[in-house]
Design a protein around this ligand. Structure first.
Ligand SMILES: [Zn+2]
Ligand SMILES: [Zn+2]
Length: 347
């Protein structure tokens, strides 16, 4: 066992504090990673505050992890000491179900093992990336291309793949009109990736406050959803809408923006059920769908795509002691566009 420095939540209400976590010995198929940066995802906050169900405290969260390999097990072939690597939202799955065999581990029918607050297949509770080291099975470790800065690579492991996967699945590309709802951590990545794929991108944000950013990230159009006329102007326009907002929205209004056979995909999750008016689907044979992160192979494809197309998230690097303050700012949407913890400040 390895005892390493970390930041942990001790209850749903107390601030995160410095702590230590135990990492298992490096097994034959494991990789030991010295973590350099860890992104702060809104899911981390929901989880530590118990908003997505009971969690075991103390708990270290973080599932946007990048670092360097410092040790490998005897049977490891995919990674070597010194490699730049990343770990996203999963660290294991059953590997036997049809989805795992198809490389869709995120949809493992037995349930994938989350990077934190999950019970791993050896019975231990997983602890996330706000820490100096992590031990992960080689199959769930990604290669981070040289062209992507470490700190910028971190948010790709959750925000990047969460938006890349539905864009790829629903064929965003040249000739396709894609709308991105919300311009936060997920939304800004969706804009950059969809634009790099060659789609015509429109941002639908509450106000025009981030318009300059949206256009700089590759969007062609930018509309305020607080302006009623937006929904009239853009009626029957889009092939694909990526909804990154985790608050309730007027589904009739948004579905009305889809053209024939268009799909609206939610990657943001409001805590309450969302009423979907079925007549809004009939009209233009529209679909409403959800999407969860991406498989390991697809996550690697996304990292390689971002390296090739020079796509990187906008990050604000913070020290470990600034995490509680960063959480407050995430909740107020006061971040452009992702906080990343400099894990050197935890050593
Ligand atoms: Zn996340
Ligand atoms: Zn499986």
């Amino acid at each position: 066992m390895l005892t390493v420095n970390a930041i942990a939540a001790t209850s749903a209400t107390d601030p995160l504090v410095r702590a230590t976590v135990e990492r298992r010995d490096v097994g034959p198929r494991d990789v030991l990673i010295e973590i350099r940066y860890a992104g702060i995802c809104h899911s981390d906050i929901h989880t530590v505050r118990g908003e997505w169900g009971k969690v075991p405290y103390p708990l270290t969260v973080g599932h946007e992890i990048v670092g360097v390999v410092t040790e490998v097990g005897a049977e490891v072939t995919r990674h070597a000491v010194g490699d730049r690597v990343g770990v996203g939202c999963m660290v294991n799955s059953c590997r036997e179900c049809e989805n795992c065999k198809a490389g869709l581990e995120q949809y493992c029918t037995g349930g994938n093992v989350g990077t934190y607050a999950s019970v791993d297949r050896d019975g231990t509770v997983t602890q996330g990336g706000y820490s100096t080291h992590v031990v992960v099975d080689q199959d769930f470790v990604l290669r981070v291309p040289e062209a992507i800065r470490y700190e910028a690579a971190a948010p790709l492991l959750c925000a990047g793949i969460t938006t890349y996967s539905p864009l790829a699945h629903w064929n965003a590309g040249p000739g396709k009109k894609v709308a991105v709802v919300g311009m936060g951590g997920l939304g800004h990545m969706a804009v950059k990736i969809a634009a790099a794929m060659g789609a015509e991108v429109t941002v639908l944000s509450q106000t025009l406050g981030k318009k300059d950013d949206g256009l700089a990230f590759g969007a062609q159009h930018y509309y305020a959803t607080s302006d009623e006329s937006t929904f009239e102007t853009l009626k029957n326009s889009f092939d694909l809408i990526i909804n990154t907002v985790s608050a309730p929205i007027d589904m009739r209004a948004y579905l009305g923006l889809l053209r024939l056979d268009g799909t609206m995909v939610s990657v943001g999750a409001p805590p309450e059920p969302l009423p979907v008016p079925v007549f809004a689907l009939f009209g233009q044979r529209r679909s409403f769908a959800g999407s969860s992160i991406g498989g390991i192979a697809e996550t690697q494809e996304m990292l390689d795509f971002c390296a090739e197309h020079n796509v990187a998230p906008e990050v604000e690097v913070i020290s470990a002691d600034a995490v509680n303050e960063a959480y407050e700012r995430v909740l107020k949407s006061d971040v452009r566009y992702r906080f990343v913890i400099d894990v050197d400040t935890l050593r």
